[in-house]
Design a protein around this ligand. Structure first.
Ligand code: ASP
Length: 587
């Protein structure tokens, strides 16, 4: 069969009467005796094909009778309008069908392990084992195409703004994102290892030293961390860096490409994105990934609980903690069971206990009432502006834990009360992160982002004396409660870098050993610079309306890091190991 191939999914009523050649996969077959219907699917969609014994050559009818799902066929026929009662509105080609005159098999298919349709009851394991079949499903086709469209729009937007896409090495040495490295043994240099990059961080900073001024890359990053639905060992970042920037320059570039990216799914991002400082975000939303599609703010009711007479609360306050509260409008109607569930949830996020009180019929009911000095609860409810019919939740703990626990309950309450407007796309910048956090057990300071993040000038004087209070020129961009990316203005002065290394317990020798080339580069005139990296997988997942990044990655791994299709990781030939001078130790 020759001629120009017709995309199956593009046929419409206006094509009636046209002779067409289809090439694609057989979907369903219905054999009604005199009539045989096949659906034919290709990348563009699908169309119904009719083999009518009264009109169609016998050979084609016989082949149609034999055709099975996933056979690859070439079909010649003529487009015809369907009869009035036969039209369908659930597929784009529902007004027409192709009346076939010929069918050739280009390849036959065995019975696939699951039906190639969006509605499948195949487990995810089976889908991943046969990923090439899973990817044939229309929903997956759509996701992968959306990913291509988004990546293209991002590239175009950045290119138009003068960013250069520069590739950086995959075989490199440990980079500073703080996760475990994937190591690659060197055959030529036995006992030495490359590391796969956790990000192009150091390279992009060096490109600024080299004078490129605006860099970006859609870059693969590798981190050996426990996997979850939104995490993979290897993932893709939209990575960028700018010389002589202000935060606004970084924000402008990111807002521009995110707006373009989400326009691919019809979202109109309103710009500029709102901004919150880290402190505001924690105080108001309990998290640095605020979902601002709804309000329901947390409040600090510590002052109402001073001298509460209840040891756990007084203890938390004495230790510098806080009592944070959340007013849930209309929540007095929530069941005891719901509140027990929420108390469990709060515990998982570091709250020793959840205090709750209901205001109903002018009465406060709360299991905590008996433990508290007279008037405490009344004062707290008044401070939180709790009204008739409301529920009041509170957590007394460290400032971090009280925020984290109530932040989670804020989301739960928002869902319960249906306050979240799912049609909204709420982007927000969170700025001024603390430069460092402190490890509870060792007391050591660790970088909140990475060791090259610049402290704010006005906080520099506290670097040695009160490092926990030093704010960084670091920012995250968040969408609907999901962190899309983070970045910072960097340190470009050797003396400040040294002070930060010292704070992080990185000795001058270690600093030289790990990042010597960067420190050296900074001795030759490094421009002020800063940038950001966003997770492309997550950007695409949210655009596709899924919470699992596996749905937008062609060949992802399972949560235990397995590639079920390629069967990786795998053993290797003993000769390969010998060449590398490696002998595995069985754990
Ligand atoms: N390299 C950083 C990261 O992967 C992002 C950045 O600071 O630009 O988180």
């Amino acid at each position: 069969m020759s001629g120009k191939r017709q995309p199956a999914g593009e046929l419409r009523a206006a094509d009636a009467g046209r002779k067409v050649l289809l090439k694609g996969w057989v979907g369903r077959r219905r054999d009604l005796g005199e009539l045989i219907f096949l659906t034919v699917r290709d990348r563009s969609g699908m169309v119904q094909v009719l083999f009518d014994k009264a009109r169609c050559p016998q050979e084609a009818v016989d082949r149609a009778a034999e055709a099975r799902s996933e056979d690859v066929v070439a079909i010649e026929g003529e487009v015809a309008l369907r009869g009035e009662g036969q039209r369908r509105t659930d597929t784009a080609t529902g007004d027409i069908e192709v009346v076939a005159s010929r069918l050739d098999f280009l390849a036959r298919s065995e019975t696939p392990p699951f039906v190639i349709e969006d509605r499948t009851n195949a487990t995810e394991e089976l889908r991943l084992e046969y990923r090439y079949l899973d990817l044939r499903r229309p929903g997956m086709q759509k996701n992968i195409r959306l990913r291509d469209e988004i990546a293209f729009r991002i590239r175009r937007t950045l290119h138009e703004r003068g960013f250069l896409e520069v590739e950086t090495p995959m075989l490199t040495r440990s980079t500073p994102e703080g996760a475990r490295d994937f190591l690659v043994p060197s055959r030529q240099h036995p006992t030495l290892f490359y590391a796969l990059p956790q990000s192009p961080q150091i390279f992009k900073q060096l490109l600024m030293v080299s004078g490129f001024e605006k860099y970006f890359q859609i870059a693969r990053c590798f981190r050996d961390e426990d996997l979850r639905a939104d995490r993979q060992y290897e993932f893709t970042q939209v990575d960028l860096e700018i010389s002589f920037p202000t935060e606004d320059d970084v924000f402008e570039a990111v807002e521009a490409f995110l707006a373009e990216a989400y326009a691919a799914v019809g979202v109109q991002a309103s710009r500029p994105f709102p901004r919150l400082t880290y402190a505001e975000s924690i105080d108001r939303y309990g998290t640095d990934r605020p979902d601002i599609r709804f309000e329901l703010p947390l409040c600090d009711v510590s002052s109402s609980f001073i001298g509460s007479g209840f040891a756990p609360i007084d203890g938390a306050l004495a230790a510098g903690g806080a009592v944070r509260g959340l007013r849930v409008p209309g929540g007095a109607a929530f069941s005891r069971k719901k509140l027990d569930e929420w108390a469990e949830e709060a515990k998982k996020h570091g709250a020793p206990a959840l205090l709750w009180a209901k205001l109903s019929g002018g009465e406060i009911s709360s299991p905590a009432k008996k433990n508290l000095a007279a008037g405490v609860l009344e004062k707290a409810l008044a401070e939180a502006k709790v009204a008739e019919g409301d529920l009041f939740l509170a957590v007394a703990a460290s400032r971090e834990a009280s925020a984290a626990a109530l932040g989670v309950l804020r989301i739960a309450a928002g869902r319960e009360l249906k306050l979240i407007d799912e049609s909204r796309w709420a982007f927000v910048w969170v700025t001024d992160f603390p430069l460092v956090g402190r490890d509870d057990t060792t007391g050591a300071w660790y970088p909140m982002n990475h060791p090259f993040t610049s402290p704010r000038d006005e906080d520099l004087h506290m670097l040695e004396t009160d490092p926990g209070r030093v704010r960084a020129r670091a920012y995250d961009v968040v969408l609907n409660g999901w962190e899309l990316g983070s970045g910072s203005i960097r340190i470009h002065r050797a003396d400040i870098q040294e002070r930060v290394f010292r704070l992080l317990g990185i000795s001058p020798e270690e600093g030289r050993h790990r990042f010597g080339f960067l420190l050296d580069a900074f001795r030759y005139g490094a421009p002020p610079h800063g940038g950001i990296a966003l997770g492309l997988d997550r950007i695409c997942a949210l655009a596709a309306g899924t919470t699992s990044i596996r749905d937008v990655i062609a060949f992802p791994k399972t949560t235990s890091g397995l590639d079920l299709m390629m069967k990786a990781p795998s053993d290797v030939m003993p000769g390969q190991l010998r060449e590398l001078g490696i002998s595995p130790i069985k754990p």
